[in-house]
Write a protein that binds this ligand. Structure first.
Ligand SMILES: [Zn+2]
Length: 190
């Protein structure tokens, strides 16, 4: 039974013991052919090879922090305690996801930017760590005093300051992230 070879450039399928010297369809060289026996495996492989975990993970904090700020604002407007409790739960989710986002970001830095020691990466890591720290402080404050927002005093202000700081962090992280995705490759093409 002849083997099947697939041109990775145009998708042409060649049948034979060996791949052709050049693809008859697109002219790609022999090295562009891969065994096509297990099409499903290739699909899965493609999916894994092109999957950007950081783009997925980073959207959780960058989406949830502004959402918490919005709920907090609605709480101040309506006085509905359910909204304030939601903010606390969202904070827990954000803090749980930050380590995953940070790890996937460091992985992307090594994989897609060769771990280049440019300041933008250190800024992003610093911002992520600040975000984590502010999130942890906010959770400890709110967990220790569920009536925090009504109580007033320095803890209330510190809590609000932490949330405001987190909002600033995710905005800057998103700003630097889009710089990396949309500008870096253009400016630093080898
Ligand atoms: Zn081809």
């Amino acid at each position: 039974m002849p083997r099947r070879w697939k041109c990775t450039v145009c998708g042409y399928i060649h049948e034979g013991e060996e791949p052709p010297d050049v693809c008859p369809v697109c002219g790609a060289s022999r090295s562009k052919f891969v065994p096509a026996e297990s099409e499903d495996m290739n699909l899965l492989h493609d999916l894994i090879a092109n999957f950007h975990p950081h783009s997925v993970a980073a959207h959780f904090p960058s989406g949830l922090v502004p959402t918490s700020a919005m709920f907090l604002l609605l709480y101040f407007v309506t006085g509905h305690t359910g909204l304030e409790i939601t903010v606390f739960w969202l904070l827990l989710v954000v803090v749980a996801v930050i380590p995953v986002s940070l790890a996937s970001g460091i992985y992307a830095w090594q994989k897609h930017f060769d771990g280049r020691r440019a300041s933008i990466f250190f800024k992003k890591i610093g911002l992520a760590l600040t975000l984590l720290l502010l999130g942890l402080v906010a959770i400890v404050l709110r967990y220790g005093q569920p009536e925090l927002l009504i109580a007033g005093g320095w803890r209330t202000w510190l809590y609000l300051l932490c949330l405001g700081g987190m909002l600033g962090c995710v905005m800057l992280l998103g700003h630097y992230g889009s710089k990396l995705v949309f500008q870096w490759h253009g400016q630093h093409r080898a």
